[in-house]
Design a protein around this ligand. Structure first.
Ligand SMILES: [Zn+2]
Length: 295
């Protein structure tokens, strides 16, 4: 289904209050040349505890890349505040699996925190919904509209041999874990790949659910604990972002696995994960790697 059709269906089901909000803000956005107000209603219909206003306040802008169903990939760059020159660059990705709604929603909460004064010691590039087609499918799906598991589609070494073989043998050709016909065959995974090349993050945070742990790949000390989530290896897979970026490109990747795919964690936990994540970055990514790089 094209996302515009989805949007129409969603709006038809939306309450009058939301419709009034939509009508009130659409002309303002259009006047600024920012047609972004259209993207939020279908997204928030799927995101636990994210209001239309919160989605709009995130000020995501289109990257110029569209999904197979024509939905724009949305992102935002936020520089560090003036007290932090040469700040660590963090790429924060949510919702690479479309059926992990909490993993997209929590990134919108963190985008709110980032916009509060005194909260930006790092330079951020944030994409809360990397797989909008999966999220917006009639029933949210792990894979994108081409049926590809984007987190198995990154160009790890020997992908052509290993990814299809792993899929056939270890997953018994599970359609939810199909790696695609070729590495970065999908616009969404190609965008992540190209963003790593251009933005040159010092660390990548990718949010998933529902295993309730932290996983880590790459050259840094793994995080021990963010909020209630404790470090525990989940695994290394051909074509995964952790494998590609952490092990192959040597950019540390923290995979946050929230405990529930459809429910937002309590607000105190959302805040604790955010604070623990920043203090881990501060201690383990910033100084040691920057020093090594400059020497
Ligand atoms: Zn996932």
């Amino acid at each position: 289904m094209q996302w515009r059709n989805f949007l129409r269906t969603t709006i038809a089901r939306t309450s009058l209050t939301s419709l009034a909000l939509l009508a009130a803000s659409a002309p303002a956005a259009a006047a600024k040349g920012r047609p972004g107000s259209d993207w939020c209603p279908p997204l928030v219909a799927r995101l636990p505890k994210i209001s239309l206003a919160e989605c709009r306040n995130s000020q995501l802008t289109p990257t110029g890349i569209h999904t197979p169903n024509g939905f724009p990939l949305l992102a935002r760059e936020l520089p560090a505040d003036a007290r932090h020159p040469n700040a660590t660059r963090v790429l924060l990705l949510g919702g690479i699996h479309g059926d992990e709604q909490s993993a997209a929603a929590i990134v919108f909460k963190w985008l709110e925190y980032m916009q509060q004064p005194g909260e930006r010691e790092f330079e951020w590039k944030v994409a809360p919904v990397v797989n909008p087609d999966g999220l917006l499918a009639p029933t949210p799906r792990r894979v994108n509209a081409h049926g590809v598991d984007l987190n198995r589609n990154f160009p790890t070494p020997n992908w052509q041999q290993e990814a299809p073989r792993y899929w056939a043998r270890a997953t018994r050709s599970d359609p939810r874990r199909y790696p695609g016909k070729a590495p970065i065959s999908e616009p969404e995974s190609r965008w992540v790949h190209d963003t790593i090349e251009k933005f040159k993050p010092d660390v990548i945070i990718s949010v998933h659910a529902p295993f309730g742990v932290l996983d880590f790949d790459g050259p840094a000390t793994p995080p021990r604990r963010f909020g209630r989530l404790i470090y525990q290896r989940v695994g290394v897979y051909p074509g995964s972002l952790g494998n590609y970026s952490g092990l192959h490109k040597e950019i540390p990747v923290v995979t946050i696995e929230l405990a529930n795919a459809s429910l937002m964690p309590p607000e105190a936990e959302v805040r604790r994960i955010w604070q623990d994540m920043q203090s881990w970055i501060r201690r383990n990514v910033n100084a040691p790697l920057k020093t090594a790089r400059n020497s």
